[in-house]
Design a protein around this ligand. Structure first.
Ligand SMILES: [Zn+2]
Length: 259
């Protein structure tokens, strides 16, 4: 029986400090695996460390648009070295644009985003994209890198806007799908082929119903899988099987030998 891969976690977050071992045990028991996503050099290094410690963890490294100030030549050089030498680095991210927090002006964010798209292209890795209130500018950048694919994490747009990118991008669907009045994402999931969906938590954030408001954790992806199944009128097993295949494909995660 297939198990879920949580394609987007911040498992090194302080909120997991007190019961980290229990959280990891639940992941090991219930899921196929998780991907730990960095937002700067330090959290990228933590992600690599966890990936090297746990067989079911893989790492994604990069600098988030909210932290783009930290992206300089030295950091880029170090991230590039890690991407090329650390076997469990499966993608570059999370990178993109965030016009909600607006920590830096648009042009600074776009320049940092482009640099990291070029970095991903050089090291031949997929990307994990963060986009908030900046969809059109984000897609305009992606258009220029036809050799790079990946995951549009927590994708906020319409299927129509995503269509030109679906040949090389998957859409990350998470806890917000379970919110009763999130008609937009429910509609998107209904129309989007299952072959283009990966499951994610973005934990400790964006907790699904029935734990909305509390800390999120990877095993809660099952509530997202159940909601996808309900919307698409298919079995949960089918949702898990296909989305896990998708995650393995995009991240190039090897099958476990005991499968
Ligand atoms: Zn994230």
């Amino acid at each position: 029986m297939s198990k879920i891969i949580d394609t987007h976690t911040h498992i090194y977050d302080k909120q997991f400090e007190d019961d980290f071992d229990d959280v990891m045990k639940r992941i090991e028991d219930e899921l196929e695996g998780i991907v730990s996503i960095g937002f700067d050099l330090e959290s990228s290094l933590k992600s690599i460390e966890l990936a090297n410690r746990y067989s079911f963890v893989n790492a994604v490294i990069g600098v988030h648009p909210v932290d783009i100030k930290k992206y300089n030549d030295e950091v880029e050089k170090e991230l590039e070295r890690l991407a090329l030498t650390e076997k469990k680095v499966v993608a570059i991210g999370e990178i993109g644009l965030d016009y909600h927090w607006m920590e830096d002006p648009k042009d600074v964010q776009i320049a940092g985003f482009r640099k990291q798209m070029e970095f991903a292209e050089r090291v031949k890795k997929p990307v994990v994209i963060h986009t908030r209130e900046a969809l059109q500018d984000t897609l305009d950048v992606l258009k220029d890198y036809k050799n790079v694919g990946g995951i549009l994490h927590c994708y906020p747009g319409s299927l129509e806007a995503a269509k030109p990118f679906l040949d090389r991008y998957y859409l990350g669907i998470g806890g917000t799908l379970t919110f009763k009045n999130n008609k937009k994402t429910k509609e998107l999931v209904k129309e989007l082929p299952l072959e283009k969906i990966v499951l994610e938590t973005d934990c400790p954030y964006l907790t699904p119903v029935p734990f909305r408001g509390k800390r999120n954790e990877p095993v809660y992806t099952k509530y997202v899988a159940e909601e996808v199944a309900k919307i698409k009128e298919i079995s949960v097993e089918e949702v898990i099987k296909i989305t896990t295949e998708n995650a393995k494909k995009i991240y190039g995660i090897e099958r476990k030998s005991n499968e």
